[in-house]
Design a protein around this ligand. Structure first.
Ligand code: COA
Ligand code: NAP
Length: 275
């Protein structure tokens, strides 16, 4: 459906879950894909998975912590040596755990801010010269893409999530401000906001039982939890020419979940309305 043959795609935090699903989807459409995360074991396993997803592209992995500027620079130097430049950057590294604000240490708050918000700025800023290089190499009319993986916490306040809410709100404002600054360069910048996505670390941490998972599915207007492929499809679309006039958008892919409980609670009124 989409053709990313020969395109260079980098997925930060692309070694598991939603982001690995995105990386595999690009590989499956012919792209060369680089994934990055802290654990070298996860990086190697992800590269093996990518090779099964897309046989035509070149797939590599680099290991770094987005909180370490020198390590990020070495990672991008390796990516430049292998690919030359970047067409699509997906920034999705994140950390989350549920904690009451009164019990959360300042360092716990800071670690999520450092990974999700400062880490995103770090990788996007370091990728910028390689995105510009790509636009120049591709020639007249070329564009590049940054896709951030945000979360509903960016605009829905959630108990036990003060750190993630603050960090992801910042992530989406990065998207919107960079879209303004970099439009002139030909770089589109968008956020995808996944809803509750089955079989992921993030969902398991916030809904650690089957009962909680099905309760959440019931609160989604489309009455199911999402699949990794749902998010990958949105990433392919945003990076494609079909989205060539879309930038600075915060795109929920959540079955309507973030429309909110206040509106959903009005459903209860329905049974009191005259037939
Ligand atoms: N509840 C409360 N505080 C917690 C916590 C929890 N479950 N887990 C970690 N913290 C606090 C620690 O106590 C520490 O603060 P302190 O020094 O005041 O004690 C601080 O957070 C940093 O912990 P540390 O384990 O050193 O962080 P790390 O950098 O090794 O790991 C995390 C980062 C904590 C975000 C870790 O959960 C992680 O690596 N997550 C990645 C995977 C993930 O979250 N996936 C879902 C994505 S949505
Ligand atoms: P996941 O599998 O834990 O993915 C997180 C990825 O980030 C892993 O590859 C992890 O690998 C990497 N990472 C974590 N900290 C890092 C760091 N400091 N430096 C570099 N890489 C780091 O979780 P997921 O649930 O699929 O979440 C993926 C994204 O979707 C996140 O941005 C999350 O906020 C968002 N999201 C998820 C859901 C959901 O339902 N799961 C809902 C909304 C939003 P290493 O451990 O090897 O570093």
């Amino acid at each position: 459906m989409f053709d990313f043959q020969g395109k260079n795609v980098v997925v930060i935090g692309g070694t598991s879950g939603i982001n690995l699903g995105i990386a595999c989807a690009f590989a499956n459409q012919g792209a060369n894909v680089a994934v990055a995360s802290r654990s070298i074991e996860k990086v190697n396993a992800a590269v093996d998975t990518l090779k099964l997803s897309g046989e035509s592209g070149k797939h590599i992995g680099v290991s770094f912590d987005v909180r370490d500027p020198e390590a990020v620079a070495s990672g991008f130097a390796r990516i430049e040596a292998e690919f030359g430049f970047i067409d699509v950057l997906v920034s999705g590294a994140a950390g989350n755990f549920p904690a009451r604000a009164k019990d959360l240490s300042v360092n716990g708050f800071k670690s999520v801010m450092d990974i999700d918000l400062l880490g995103s700025f770090q990788v996007i800023k370091q990728a910028y010269p390689l995105l510009i290089k790509g636009i120049k190499e591709r020639g007249e009319g070329a564009s590049a893409n940054v896709i951030q993986i945000s979360a509903p916490q960016a605009y829905v306040p959630m108990a036990l999530q003060v750190h993630v809410c603050a960090a992801k709100a910042g992530v989406d404002m990065l998207t919107r401000t960079l879209a303004i600054e970099w439009g002139v360069d030909g770089i589109r910048v968008n956020s995808i906001v996944p809803g509750p996505i089955a079989e992921t670390e993030g969902f398991d941490r916030l809904a650690p039982s089957e009962g909680l998972k099905s309760m959440i599915a019931g609160s989604v207007p489309l009455k199911r939890n999402g699949q990794k492929q749902d998010i990958a499809n949105a990433a392919l679309f945003l990076a494609s020419d079909m989205a060539s006039y879309i930038t600075g958008t915060i795109l929920p892919v959540d079955g309507g979940w973030s429309l909110g409980g206040a509106g959903a609670a009005m459903d209860a009124l329905a049974k009191h309305l005259p037939k």
